[in-house]
Design a protein around this ligand. Structure first.
Ligand code: KG4
Ligand code: ZN
Length: 345
């Protein structure tokens, strides 16, 4: 079975071709066309501009994905497309493209939840999910920070989420304040790796909501704490590389501390057998390393699963995998498929 996966939920135009034979997944192509250069100027994603770029790029990315997969369009058996959550004007570009294509090829469409896709990409490498469930899933990206209890594929319960900014959004805003560039997460990670003289002064930012016995997050306050610290420093300090390194290290650690503590608490409360990570922020090496260390120390029998770096950020393959696992939802009633910017898991 050949499954097409399309994602245009944010600022990447993504198309992938996945072949499924029995229980074997064969990735035929996975093309991501990034709009980073365009949005860099604004320090964030500009939805109408992103929509225009998706419209221009999607047919080209689709052709490239088909060519690289060495298939013909009419070999596609199933189309899957992100219906939400995401930026509404952007989502519609993918949804409308999928509908036109599915009509032409007379194949059904599976509307995919982007958050579920960030989770299910982990199942690309797993032959069975039995020993991993129930799992606590942490999806942490530029648009979302959610803790989800997964009982089985298709059965999820949202147990906590951010009340304001997502963790990736916090990195993006702090990086912008420090003049480190866009997207902020990779820039914060890069600066956090530089060494500081041990005599340099120290900063401690808050770990928002870490003591609250719920699974919610809040990263807007952390961003504001960084802003206040920044404003009280002399210009010479603010502009120095050392200060940028110090802030990057501390803001990254504050985010990691909260994410790890709440995830582990959820694992214990719900007797989860695994932690499944997904979303752009999971590219962060320090986050991966500290999750591994904490799991080893605190929960040796809980498995930690995360995707390879390139599959943490948005891609079409995660949509194709999610489409395959949800193939019973495939429909040819195309009028019912709509963009749902606030789609819940
Ligand atoms: O999953 P994603 O591609 O898009 C959304 O669904 O939002 O995630 C993008 C987010 C951005 O906020 C970006 O700054 C963050 O992931 N990110 C990182 C790293 N790479 C990307 N955050 C921390 N460390 C990284 N290495
Ligand atoms: Zn995403």
């Amino acid at each position: 079975m050949i499954v097409l996966g399309i994602d245009t939920s944010c600022d990447d135009t993504c198309v992938a071709v996945l072949e499924v034979r029995g229980s074997r997944f064969d990735v035929r192509s996975n093309i991501v066309s990034s709009q980073i250069k365009i949005h860099k100027r604004y320090g964030g994603v500009f939805p109408t501009l992103a929509k225009r770029e998706h419209k221009k790029n999607l047919p080209i990315v689709f052709k490239k994905a088909i060519r690289e997969a060495k298939i013909k369009e009419n070999q596609i058996d199933l189309t899957s497309v992100t219906a939400g959550p995401g930026l509404e004007p952007c989502l519609w570009v993918g949804v409308n493209f999928a509908k036109d294509l599915a009509r032409k090829l007379n194949v059904p469409i599976v509307p995919v939840n982007h958050i579920e896709a960030h989770i299910l990409i982990n199942f690309l490498q797993l032959s069975t999910s039995n020993f991993l469930l129930p799992a606590v899933c942490l999806v942490v990206s530029g648009g979302h920070t959610q803790l989800i209890l997964m009982e089985k594929i298709g059965k999820y319960r949202l147990i906590g989420e951010t009340r304001d900014d997502a963790a990736g959004e916090c990195f993006d805003k702090v990086a912008r304040l420090l003049g480190l560039g866009y997207p902020g997460g990779p820039a914060i990670e890069k600066f956090s790796k530089f060494l500081l003289p041990s005599s340099y002064f120290q900063i401690r930012f808050p770990r928002p909501m870490i003591k609250q016995k719920n699974y919610d997050f809040s990263f807007a306050g952390l961003k504001t704490a960084v802003l206040y610290d920044f404003l009280k420093r002399p210009k010479k300090v603010r502009k120095s590389k050392e200060y940028k390194i110090l802030v990057a290290k501390e803001v990254q650690q504050a985010v990691i501390d909260v994410l790890i503590l709440k995830t582990i608490r959820a694992v214990k409360e719900f007797s989860a057998k695994s932690i499944i990570l997904g979303g752009g922020v999971v590219r962060n090496e320090e986050l991966r390393k500290q999750f591994l260390q904490n799991c080893k120390l605190q929960m040796a029998d809980c498995k930690l699963i995360f995707p390879p770096k390139e599959l943490c950020t948005d891609n079409g393959l995660m949509v194709a995998v999610a489409g395959y696992f949800n193939k019973e939802k495939a429909t040819k009633d195309f009028d019912k498929i709509v963009a749902e910017p606030n789609l819940k898991i």
